[in-house]
Design a protein around this ligand. Structure first.
Ligand SMILES: [Zn+2]
Length: 367
């Protein structure tokens, strides 16, 4: 079978080359140019939009067009990544992330193209590779993408951790919360009674707020508090940043209301005012096992002799955005482990197996 043509050494080499190119989120110029050249050299028609998202299209011999989604940015600000191979596992020297999120996904796509190039008789649908920027900054790249550029009707996102064989079919909606409490500044030593202490309002509001794990579907957090000017000034303004996520849209609405109410009530008690913003970053999707991307992924996984692991995830991918706009996608494991941490690593065998599944998905006989 074609999946047997996945070349372990070539795949590892490609991966190592990709992680050696710095691409912390927001700084994707160099990796973007590199990928534009590589996908072009492997037969794709490549276009880059204003913010750097790449779409690479390989014409197929079947009528369908399939979306294959990855992202080129890496989490945080780490640069100078030095990968080390130890006992079949690629990791770093422990000072940076590895960037397997999501360069393992991209390396797999390039290996797929390499295999298709030397097997031109193999039938496959048109492949539409979307390699986004800014994924790690709240899906910034995909959210700004002009979807009229895409012609896929379904697809696969190669960008999750978890055991090989995992299919992420359900993710939460994620909302970013920004609340600013406007109190009133005053001299804390001379006339504190003239002030309205915004820090105190914030403290009361947070203490009254349901946070952490709310229920099986829902989580919420206040992550930062900024405000105040000096120890002898009654603070006039405080800004809170947080987030809430739920797999259930109604439960999320209830949670957001509870957070807003806690703030409003505390502000009212003290005569402060409130600005409250809740910005949806990505929306929940739930792909049923009878839907096409799930079926095809499951068939490819089983043909490798592996078990399908249905996975409900706590986080989003670019796939949330595509699903929200009518392109049904599931997300697949690439072999990455501990993404976003200095302990991030990937077992070569897992990366090879994930790539074999990818090759199988696009070349298996249609149902
Ligand atoms: Zn990722």
């Amino acid at each position: 079978m074609l999946a047997d043509e996945v070349d372990r050494d070539r795949l590892v080499e490609t991966f190592l080359q990709l992680v050696s190119i710095d691409s912390p989120t927001g700084h994707e110029e160099q990796i973007g140019r590199e990928l534009e050249a590589r996908f072009t050299a492997l037969g794709c028609t490549v276009s880059m939009d204003d913010i750097g998202n790449l779409v690479a299209v390989l014409p197929g011999t079947r009528p369908d067009t399939v979306l294959l989604s990855t992202h080129m940015d890496t989490a945080g600000t780490d640069t100078g990544i030095r990968p080390i191979i130890e006992d079949g596992v690629i990791r770093t020297d422990g000072t940076t992330i590895l960037g397997a999120d999501d360069k393992s996904g991209i390396a797999g796509c390039l290996e797929l193209l390499t295999i298709l190039e030397s097997n031109s008789e193999v039938e496959h649908p048109t492949l539409e590779f979307v390699i986004s920027v800014g994924e790690e900054s709240g899906l910034l790249g995909s959210r700004q993408m002009d979807l009229s550029r895409l012609s896929s009707t379904y697809g696969f996102v190669f960008d999750t951790a978890g055991a090989i064989g995992a299919i992420t079919y359900w993710t939460p909606t994620s909302v970013y919360i920004t609340a600013t409490i406007h109190g009133k500044k005053a001299h804390a030593g001379v006339e504190p009674e003239k002030g309205i202490n915004a820090v105190k309002v914030a403290a009361e509001a947070i203490a009254a707020m349901p946070l952490g794990r709310i229920d099986e579907e829902t989580v919420a957090n206040i992550g930062t508090i900024t405000g105040g000017e000096a120890r002898n000034i009654v603070p006039g303004e405080v800004t809170l940043q947080g987030m809430a996520r739920s797999h259930d849209q109604e439960k999320l609405d209830v949670q957001l209301d509870a957070m807003r109410s806690a703030l409003t009530e505390a502000a009212d008690r003290h005569g402060a005012t409130l600005d409250f913003e809740a910005e949806e970053i990505y929306r929940t999707y739930h792909i049923d096992e009878s839907e096409r991307p799930y079926r095809e992924a499951a068939r490819a996984i089983r043909s490798m002799g592996l078990e399908v692991i249905p996975r409900k995830s706590g986080g989003g991918t670019d796939g949330n955005f595509f699903n929200a706009h009518g392109i049904a996608c599931v997300a697949m494991a690439t072999g990455m482990v501990d993404e976003h941490a200095a302990s991030e690593h990937i077992a070569i065998e897992d990366m090879v197996m994930a790539c074999k599944i990818l090759v199988t998905i696009v070349t298996q006989e249609p149902e």
